[in-house]
Design a protein around this ligand. Structure first.
Ligand SMILES: Cc1cc2nc3c(=O)[nH]c(=O)nc-3n(C[C@H](O)[C@H](O)[C@H](O)COP(=O)(O)OP(=O)(O)OC[C@H]3O[C@@H](n4cnc5c(N)ncnc54)[C@H](O)[C@@H]3O)c2cc1C
Length: 154
């Protein structure tokens, strides 16, 4: 929703395609996006393909409920995806929260000795590039200490 609002400052029309049947973000953004004259929200819509050869000409979409497909003519695509942590392979090895993120302490140490988690993958991450980089630096210090003295203090 934040991205749609920003794009709507520059584009004549923004179509927000959402897989679910309702917006679930913060109420202030829901209200602004819903009321915005240049933002058209389409629910239950999955993007299967971005169309075009040298430039984007459209997107091939599918209705999440009925499976019906349709092509939508657009001049550009901004993909806001990629927030789901890829941690299924860790399930047997360490604790994960309900969303699949890894709990850490302030030094980015997990409950498993010698393993730190940094960035979006950890619980309570602010989901920002700068904080992910900071997490990485913090984790490096913790791991350096662990390699030096072999003690995993949590
Ligand atoms: C559309 C979008 C827009 C954003 N805009 C902003 C912004 O304007 N400003 C801002 O600060 N932040 C923004 N963010 C958030 C920012 O991108 C993230 O906070 C940051 O990239 C997190 O870094 P990360 O290293 O934790 O994770 P990622 O950048 O997601 O990196 C994780 C890497 O691990 C790889 N990987 C996954 N599974 C495995 C595996 N099993 N083995 C090996 N590698 C694996 C992935 O391929 C990926 O390369 C945006 C995010 C998105 C999705």
């Amino acid at each position: 929703m934040q991205e749609a609002l920003t794009l709507a400052e520059f584009a004549s029309k923004v179509i927000l395609l959402h897989r679910a049947g309702a917006l679930t973000g913060q109420a202030c953004y829901r209200e602004r996006v819903t009321a915005h004259q240049r933002i058209d929200i389409r629910f239950n819509t999955i993007v299967d393909e971005i169309l075009g050869e040298s430039t984007v000409t459209g997107v091939r979409t599918r209705n999440a409920s009925t499976g019906a497909g349709s092509d939508l003519e657009v001049a550009a695509v901004f993909a806001y995806v990629g927030l789901q942590p890829n941690t299924a392979f860790l399930k047997e090895r360490m604790e994960l929260d309900a969303a699949g993120r890894i709990p850490t302490d302030a030094s980015m140490r997990t409950g498993l000795a010698g393993v730190c988690a940094a960035g979006n993958i950890r619980c309570s991450s602010p989901h920002r590039a700068a904080s992910a980089a900071g997490d990485g630096a913090t984790a490096a210090v913790a791991l350096d200490r662990y390699l030096a003295d072999g003690v995993w203090r949590t």
